[in-house]
Design a protein around this ligand. Structure first.
Ligand code: NAD
Length: 390
């Protein structure tokens, strides 16, 4: 199938485009197009040293193309690009959070399978509309919660579900992005009216706790601290969320754009769940940032780093270029293979329901709790952390 990626920002550069290039190299993906708002974004993407080093000779079709003014915005171009695709191919949505709903419906109505970065959408009713539209057309919609494809999550899920930990009672998760994010394109969209640190990144851990335990969230409260970005826009750059689950368990999730630029690694993140079974306590603790690797590079001044070998790395495995490895790549491959699976199924609706019930990948039908939590979180943060029921 051919793949059109809507959006050309950080996540497209770091994970999505190289993953599709690898699938193209393997002969699984046909041509790749990327549509961004500005030509300058695509010029940067096409000029990326790391990507061209890994995939020499591989190219994407750029919309807008290089003949147009690189600084002219084209906010509706993705509609034309998607409309021109032959039916039953793949659109990958990597736009800012608040644009997902419209873009996903546009793609479904053009008869395209849809893969979307998280969060799918910001309202549960929107997720329901997407689910309905996709099912009636026999199209797959998958949400890219790549932490699910980290083997430690899959191990935890198996062990939790076979009762090894007991039952989740209290937990904490955190994901702090680097301070420099404030200077990125985030300041143009991750602002108080559209999103917040929890909605943007905390949703990963809410999804993961459900993925591991099978529990459903029942209420949410999010306290946010507003601060100005360098361009003067306001954002909830620090958030503290409390999620109560269907068995009464409580998860605290802290998120921010605050991890010092001088600190090792690209962020700080982890999950701890305290569990109980009879008179014994169970524990699951993941350091999702420090993965046991320490490097010192002989720059001037030298740099101490704790790179994660697990999310997304390029390694040399022979042949030309480099091979992407890690759960970032595996997640995209799994999602894409779901589209292939639907296309080769004799009964597409049945195949869609099977993927929903296996619940390895998040779909609108099997992960509505994510949009419910986000919707409640947005209400809560705007009312100073009031508890909102789902
Ligand atoms: N860990 C994760 O799963 C993860 C990490 C980062 C981002 N994301 C998600 O990916 C999405 C994008 O994030 P990002 O970090 O790449 O942000 P970014 O700001 O770097 O990129 C956003 C891109 O969208 C493009 N865009 C905006 N409006 C557009 C329009 N109308 N038409 C075409 N392109 C348009 C911009 O040109 C830019 O290239 C967000 O939904 C974010 O939550 C997920």
């Amino acid at each position: 199938m051919q793949v059109t990626i809507a959006g050309g920002g950080m996540i497209v550069h770091d994970q999505i485009l190289p993953s599709f290039y690898q699938l193209q190299r393997l002969g699984l993906v046909d041509q790749i197009a990327v549509c961004a708002q500005h030509g300058r974004t695509l010029a940067t993407l096409a000029g990326s040293q790391s990507i061209s080093h890994a995939f020499p000779g591989q190219k994407f079709r750029a919309y807008p193309d290089a003949t147009r003014d690189p600084n002219l915005p084209h906010p509706d171009l993705y509609r034309e690009v998607i409309a021109a695709m032959p039916p039953r191919n793949v659109v990958m949505i990597a736009l800012p959070d608040h644009l997902h709903f419209d873009a996903i419906l546009t793609a479904l109505r053009a008869d395209q399978h849809v893969l979307a970065v998280k969060p799918l959408v910001l309202k549960a009713a929107e997720a329901a509309a997407i689910e309905k539209e996709a099912l009636q057309r026999g199209l797959f919609v998958g949400i890219e919660y790549h932490k699910r494809f980290d083997d430690r999550s899959l191990m935890a899920r198996r062990k939790y579900r076979s009762g090894d930990f007991g039952e989740f009672r209290l937990g904490m998760a955190h994901l702090m992005e680097k301070w420099y994010y404030r200077h990125s394109n985030f300041q143009n969209w991750c602002t108080t009216e559209n999103s917040d640190a929890f909605t943007y990144i905390g949703c990963h851990y809410v999804d993961l706790v459900h993925f591991i335990t099978g529990l459903a969230p029942v209420s949410v409260s999010v306290y946010g601290i507003q601060e100005k970005y360098p361009n003067g826009n306001e954002g909830y750059l620090w958030t503290d969320a409390r999620i109560i689950w269907s068995n009464g368990a409580c998860l605290n999730v802290q998120n921010s754009l605050s991890f010092p630029d001088a600190a090792p690694g690209t962020n700080a993140q982890g999950l701890t769940l305290y569990c109980a079974s009879g008179d014994k306590g169970g524990l699951l603790r993941h350091s999702d940032q420090y993965r046991g690797v320490e490097h010192v590079y002989t720059n001037n001044p030298p740099i101490y780093a704790e790179p994660s070998p697990d999310y997304f790395q390029y390694v040399y495995l022979g042949g030309g270029g480099l091979t992407p490895v890690g759960y970032g790549y595996r997640s995209i491959e799994y999602l894409y293979r779901c589209c292939l699976r639907i296309e080769s199924a004799s009964d597409r609706q049945q195949a869609l329901r099977e993927i929903d019930s296996e619940a390895i990948v998040a779909t609108p039908a099997n992960s509505r709790y994510n949009e419910q939590v986000i919707e409640a979180a947005r209400k809560s943060i705007q009312s100073n952390g009031q508890q909102v029921s789902i």
